[in-house]
Ligand binder design. Sequence first.
Ligand code: SF4
Length: 185
Amino acid sequence: MARGNRYVLLSHCLLNVNAKVLGYGSYSGAMKSLVLPIIEEGIGIFQLPCAEATFGGLKRWGMTVEQYDTPAYRRHCRWLLEPVMDQVQDDIANGVSVLGVVGIDGSPSCGVHQTCYGYCGGTIGSGDWVDRSTKSVRLDRGQGVFMRILSDMIAERGLSVPMASIFEGKPSRVSWEEIKKELQR
Ligand code: SF4
């Protein structure tokens, strides 16, 4: 049978850059350097929903992990992920190999090893709120909210699904082979 019986879960925008905050995006559609080798290897691709685009829409501002880490956003992530986890759990129970999840470091939602902190909020156009926010933004270790909820839900269901990530600044340097090694560790 041609069916490969295995797949990897990818953050939504790795297959659809158009979900990103306006102004971001280092490829035109899907990240070919990651996606093409997966397809050529006969591995299925499960596209995760984009938590930010379905929450704030395409006119949202870029935000940080502290800004997204609210009860409402966590609930939104969990709501999006319930059917995903139902499918993943059932697939595993039926012998499908779920090779892992690939997220995006630096994202306040999809970061796996690294996320972004800072931004204090406040009014735009008065005082120095914007300036203070811009100066406070930084990348550091930690998970984005969506990936943290996904990790929790994987554990809650007694499953083991590894996670890896890409840093999207240089898509030409993204290597599926390296990511695969990280997923197999
Ligand atoms: S929330 Fe995740 S999938 Fe959506 S744009 Fe950000 S990094 Fe991409």
